[in-house]
Design a binder for this molecule. Structure first.
Ligand code: ATP
Length: 135
């Protein structure tokens, strides 16, 4: 069993899709090890998205992720990292995410793609430490 960090980003919270996301996680058989609605400090946002520091959209990304509360979750289960990435669908909600996934069903723009999920065991460990240091 492993753990992954899942975020319902500000667009998902504003659109009332928190329950939908949790429901899909639970129906898959994954479980919640921790969950918290919180505002994101700029320093946490910068750390979380450190790998995108040089990207042209980095500024926008920080603005967006700090624009309202997010729901952060530690999600647990066998192969939880890959399992949630599959539930989420590809980064571009139209070109990459297929219908039946969270992004494929509910999003239109890459910038507003509703959820985040750790993309590897290393990312999950780093991100869970950042978001849930006491877990
Ligand atoms: P996340 O890390 O949020 O799960 P991801 O791993 O699918 O997304 P990344 O390539 O790591 O995708 O990009 C991180 C986030 O940055 C995306 O989820 C999206 O919100 C934003 N992003 C990525 N590419 C662009 C882009 N070209 N323009 C605007 N925002 C982007």
């Amino acid at each position: 069993s492993e753990r992954t960090l899942v975020l319902v980003k500000p667009d998902g919270v504003k659109r009332g899709l928190v329950g939908e996301v949790i429901s899909r996680i639970e129906r898959k058989g994954l479980t919640l090890a921790a969950m918290d609605l919180r505002n994101v400090e700029r320093s946490v946002a910068e750390e979380h998205y450190a790998e995108h520091k040089e990207k042209p959209f980095f500024g926008e990304l920080l603005e967006f992720i700090t624009s309202g509360p997010v729901v952060a979750m530690a999600v647990e289960g066998p192969r939880a990292i890959t399992a949630f990435r599959q539930l989420a669908g590809g980064t571009d909600p139209v070109e990459k995410a297929t219908p039946g996934t969270i992004r494929g069903d509910f999003a239109l723009e890459t910038q507003f793609n509703l959820v985040h999920g750790s993309d590897s065991a290393e990312s999950a460990e780093r991100e869970l430490k950042l978001w849930f240091p006491d877990l």
